[in-house]
Design a binder for this molecule. Structure first.
Ligand SMILES: [Mg+2]
Length: 181
C-alpha cells in the first residue's frame, strides 16, 4: 500500500474515532513470527521479520503526533526497542514509543490469562499521565493484536480493536465502522 494510505488511516483514527494512543502487539503482529520472548539471535535477524504495513502505520502515527506503544508478553523490551530503531525511518522518533513487556519491573502478581493486555495499557496510560499530563480513557485507545482473547478483553473494556492477521488486516482502519468497539 502507498505510504499516504497509512497517513489517511491515522487521520481517520484520530478524527473519526478520537484515538489518542495506538497500541500494537509485538509477536505475530509487528513481526511476522513468534519469538516466545526468547530471541537469542542478532537483532538484525529479527528486523527482517518486521511487517512493512505495521511499520508504515507506526511511522505515520509518529509523524501525526499520535502516541504509540508496544504491548507484549515478551520480556525482551530492549530487543524490541532496538528492532524499532533499526526498522523505522530516521526521522521517526522511535524513542517516543513506549514499550510495555512482561519485564518484571511493573507486572508482579498480575494474572495475564484473565486480562489480556489491559494492565499493559493501564501502565502506559499511567506513564503518559505522569510524564506528559495526558489523561486517557480506554475509549481513546486502539489495540492491534493477533490474539483474539487480547482483542476481546480490550473491546470489553471500551478500547477500539483490530484483530490482526496480516498487513491486509490494516485496510479495516480505512473504514471505522468495520472496527470492533
Ligand atoms: Mg501476538
Amino acid at each position: 500500500m502507498p505510504s499516504d494510505r497509512y497517513a489517511k488511516m491515522i487521520k481517520t483514527l484520530q478524527r473519526k474515532l478520537g484515538i489518542k494512543l495506538l497500541a500494537i502487539d509485538f509477536d505475530k503482529t509487528l513481526v511476522d513470527i513468534h519469538t516466545g520472548g526468547l530471541w537469542l539471535r542478532e537483532t538484525s535477524d529479527l528486523v527482517h521479520h518486521v511487517r512493512p504495513g505495521v511499520r508504515s502505520l507506526i511511522a505515520s502515527a509518529l509523524t501525526a503526533n499520535l502516541r504509540v506503544c508496544i504491548v507484549t508478553f515478551s520480556s525482551q523490551v530492549t530487543l524490541i526497542s532496538n528492532v524499532l530503531k533499526a526498522s523505522l525511518p530516521p526521522e521517526c522518533e522511535a524513542d517516543h514509543i513506549i514499550i510495555r513487556g512482561c519485564s518484571g519491573d511493573w507486572d508482579n502478581d498480575i494474572d495475564f490469562n484473565r486480562c489480556g493486555k489491559q494492565y499493559h495499557l493501564q501502565s502506559v496510560m499511567q506513564e503518559l499521565k505522569e510524564k506528559h499530563h495526558m489523561e486517557l480513557t480506554f475509549e481513546q485507545v486502539m489495540l492491534i493484536d493477533d490474539d483474539g482473547d487480547n482483542v476481546d478483553y480490550a473491546r470489553r473494556n471500551g478500547c477500539k480493536t483490530l484483530l490482526f492477521v496480516d498487513d491486509g488486516s490494516l485496510k479495516a482502519l480505512k473504514s471505522p465502522k468495520k472496527l470492533k468497539s
